[in-house]
Write a protein that binds this ligand. Structure first.
Ligand SMILES: [Fe+2]
Length: 341
């Protein structure tokens, strides 16, 4: 669509946005040796988002026609195909999962969130190693549809920019049961997928909802999706708050380790995902600006950076900094936490 070297003028940016392209990679001589390997092929990502919006639109139509049934069967084939596609692309990947290309999205929150949760959950499920192919597909379907009940929550509550009142929060919580009711009647879907919708807000200590289940009363899929859901929610920009930094999101999970979330799953989740994806622009606490150039295995909160700016000046000769070795500096901001604010 664009020739190499083309200038990104405002009309071009507008046109790209209207085509649903929310980010582009810009090659630059200084960052030549930084290689980005997206988790999903762009075609797959687009196919997932379009299947998801069609399915959810279908659901709205079915319900407005007073039919009590969700016509998932009309979409079942495409839905299962995209879930299988995601699974095979994640399975083939040797490195941990990074979601750089999914971070810069501002609209269609629910679809992007559902896709991110699916990718994170599948990455975690592959670390567990004891799930069969069938179970992996089931949890993939469940993760993709975990918030389907939100389609039945009034937009005024769903999109409210301020804190919800107690009553509004009660309505919001009902998305779990509403999702369960919709999905359990779908014969083309495994019943476990319906349980993912019902249980992803349950917490080990019984503090979750809707039923306040404890420990092993919660299905393993519900526990896993719960972790992926919290991490993606707190590290995404929302209308009512700015995204947290990935390591802060991980701290939220660790704070609930053994209390709200299964400790073993959090450990495996941390190893399954990359917190600061390669290619991400970051600002350090000492004011330097850089780009993540490589990962330190298993310490993805402390990657290797290529420093591009120091004391407010662009460097002609960028240099590398390994945050795993320089423990006194921290990542303060990223271009994702900056955007949308
Ligand atoms: Fe939810």
């Amino acid at each position: 669509m664009l020739k190499a070297g083309a200038e990104l003028t405002p009309p071009i940016v507008k046109r790209l946005c209207s085509l649903g392209i929310s980010y582009v990679y810009i090659e630059d001589a200084r960052t030549d040796d930084i290689f980005i390997r997206p988790v999903l092929k762009e075609e797959t990502r687009r196919a997932v988002l379009s299947v998801m919006s069609e399915t959810f639109d279908q659901l709205k139509k079915d319900l407005s026609a007073d039919s009590v049934k969700f016509g998932f069967h009309k979409m079942e084939k495409q839905f299962t195909t995209v879930v299988r596609d995601i699974i095979s692309q994640i399975r083939r990947r040797k490195e941990a999962i990074d979601l750089l290309t999914h971070l810069h999205v501002h609209d269609n929150y629910i679809f992007n969130h559902s896709l991110n949760v699916t990718i994170y959950t599948l990455a975690l499920s592959m670390k567990l190693k004891n799930l069969t192919a069938k179970q992996t597909e089931e949890i993939g379907l469940g993760a993709m549809l975990h918030d389907v009940g939100k389609m039945l929550i009034p937009a005024l509550i769903l999109k409210k920019p301020d804190k919800l009142t107690k009553d509004e929060f009660e309505v919001m919580k009902s998305h779990t049961e509403l999702g369960f009711e919709l999905l359990r009647k779908e014969h083309g879907l495994p019943l476990t997928a319906a349980h993912c919708a019902l249980q992803h807000h349950e917490r080990l200590d019984g503090s979750g909802y809707p039923r306040g289940l404890k420990g092993n009363e919660i299905h393993v899929f519900g526990k896993m999706i719960g972790i992926a859901d919290v991490y993606d929610a707190v590290t995404s920009n929302r209308i009512y708050r700015k995204a947290m930094l990935p390591h802060e999101g991980m701290e939220i999970l660790y704070a609930g380790s053994g209390i709200e979330f299964e400790t073993d799953y959090i450990e495996k989740f941390r190893k399954a995902i990359v917190m600061y994806p390669t290619g991400l622009t970051v600002w350090l606490t000492d004011g330097r600006k850089g780009i993540v150039s490589e990962q330190n295995e298993h310490v993805s909160d402390r990657p290797i950076l290529l420093i591009l700016e120091e004391d407010g000046y662009n460097l002609d000769v960028p240099y590398k900094v390994n945050l795993a070795a320089e423990t006194t500096v921290f990542i303060k901001e990223t271009d994702t936490t900056l955007s949308n604010t």
